[in-house]
Design a protein around this ligand. Structure first.
Ligand code: UD1
Ligand code: UDP
Length: 362
């Protein structure tokens, strides 16, 4: 079978790396990179490090408003699909690249297979929630990472083509963890964003912040950084490009002595930094799960999360973007007693690839 895979943003490269390795043994994969993420440390580093095949199509769409970005992707993906005439289109997660690919394929009556289907925050203001709801309703095969995700689909009347396969990020983590550990401490490779910052060798908190609600204006990020300043451990903060200008602006008003701002890092460095952190503070979807899988307590700076199991099991806590609440939640964050395998056994990719063969019959 011929499968067109569409990726565009950092977490999708990691997810696709896990699936592609297996997919290419059974099917022909045509890889499309929309260009949503394009900085070397947001894109190329993952292709090199995770040995992802060179994209067959690099659409070079880049940044823009949601409409412009999604629209341009839609047009360019449609052209690829008309040329390649695949048996199916494989999409990941909830970015604008996901929705554009799903919509382009569905309009051409090409079946869509959605990895990470059924996740819901129930916050329709989030662009990711809009993208995932629409993608799920356009999909023929829906690969859910958790039971909860399957229930959400059922509530929306989607019962056909839903398969609980586990989480492909879990596959990626299990596959690369040893390599990340072997590569050892990445300290000498970290690129500082600013000259100031604490010297860190042990006992750090790892933080990432990039959600629209935490970066749209100064207020939330200012509060978050104020909390980081008061933590009992230094904070290492790989800064997403969306957050960079705002951090630079805040640095003009304030000296942050407890935060080391660095450029985004590759996946292996990130796994190492996460696995050895005391606590992780983030608004990232992927990092919440990685914290759980690495047995590191997590504080999520959001009003809600799609990864509710991490909260239920006591490994993750939601915090508002204000100093007091964040410090309070940080003080409560500690490993919980139980640690069930919430996200599968690291073999989601095999299940996905097996099920893709059923597209021929649909
Ligand atoms: C996107 C996804 C989000 C995902 C995140 C992963 C959508 C709606 N959002 O958010 O779900 O969690 O990717 O990281 O698809 N920029 C650069 N260089 C780059 C990429 C982006 O400078 O290589 C800057 C641009 O100013 C751009 C901004 O970051 O406008 C935001 O990028 P965009 O891809 O639109 O959204 P993300 O915040 O990255
Ligand atoms: N990540 C990375 N380098 C970084 C920050 C994050 O490799 O500097 C990885 C992280 O470990 C996880 C994924 O990127 O695997 C999460 O991506 P992101 O937070 O951008 O998106 P989200 O998961 O929120 O959609």
């Amino acid at each position: 079978m011929k499968i067109v895979t569409v990726v565009g943003a950092r977490p999708q490269f990691i997810k696709a790396a896990a699936v592609s390795r297996v997919l290419r043994k059974a099917h022909t994969e045509i890889l499309v990179h929309t260009g949503q993420h394009y900085d070397a440390n947001m894109s190329a580093v993952f292709f090199t490090e995770l040995q992802i095949a060179h994209p067959d199509y690099a659409l070079g769409v880049g940044s823009g408003t949601h409409g412009k970005q999604t629209g341009e992707m839609l047009e360019k993906i449609e052209a690829v699909l008309l040329k390649e005439k695949p048996d199916g289109v494989l999409v990941y997660g909830d970015t604008n690249s996901t929705l554009a690919a799903a919509l382009a394929a569905a309009k051409l009556c090409i079946p869509v297979a959605h990895v990470e289907a059924g996740l819901r925050s129930f916050n329709r203001k989030m662009p990711e929630e809009q993208n995932r709801v629409l993608t799920d309703h356009l999909s023929t095969l829906l690969f859910t990472p958790t039971k909860t995700a399957g229930m959400h689909l059922q509530h929306e009347g989607i019962t056909q083509g839903v398969h609980l396969v586990g989480d492909v990020m879990c596959d990626a983590l299990y596959f690369y963890k040893e390599l990340a550990e072997k590569n050892g401490s990445p300290w000498d490779q970290l690129e500082n964003l600013f000259e100031q910052g604490p010297c860190i060798q042990k006992d750090w908190v790892l933080a990432t912040i990039h959600r629209a609600e935490n970066t749209a204006g100064e207020q939330n990020l200012m509060q978050i950084l104020a909390a980081f300043e008061e933590l009992p451990y230094p904070v290492i903060f790989p800064v997403h490009p969306r957050t960079k200008t705002l951090v630079a602006h805040l640095m003009e008003q304030q000296i942050y002595r407890n935060i080391r701002f660095i450029q985004p890092v590759g996946y292996l460095q990130m796994l190492w930094l996460a696995g050895h952190a005391r606590t992780i503070i983030t608004d990232s979807g992927g990092l919440q799960k990685e914290a759980y899988l690495l047995n590191v307590p997590c504080v999520t700076v959001r009003e809600e999360t799609e990864w509710v199991e991490t909260i239920e099991e006591g490994w993750n806590r939601l915090a508002q973007a204000n100093k007091k609440d964040l410090l309070q939640k940080f003080a409560q964050a500690r490993p919980a007693q139980k640690h069930p395998p919430l996200y599968g056994n690291g073999h989601a990719a095999e299940k996905i690839v097996g099920l893709l063969s059923t597209l021929k019959e649909s």
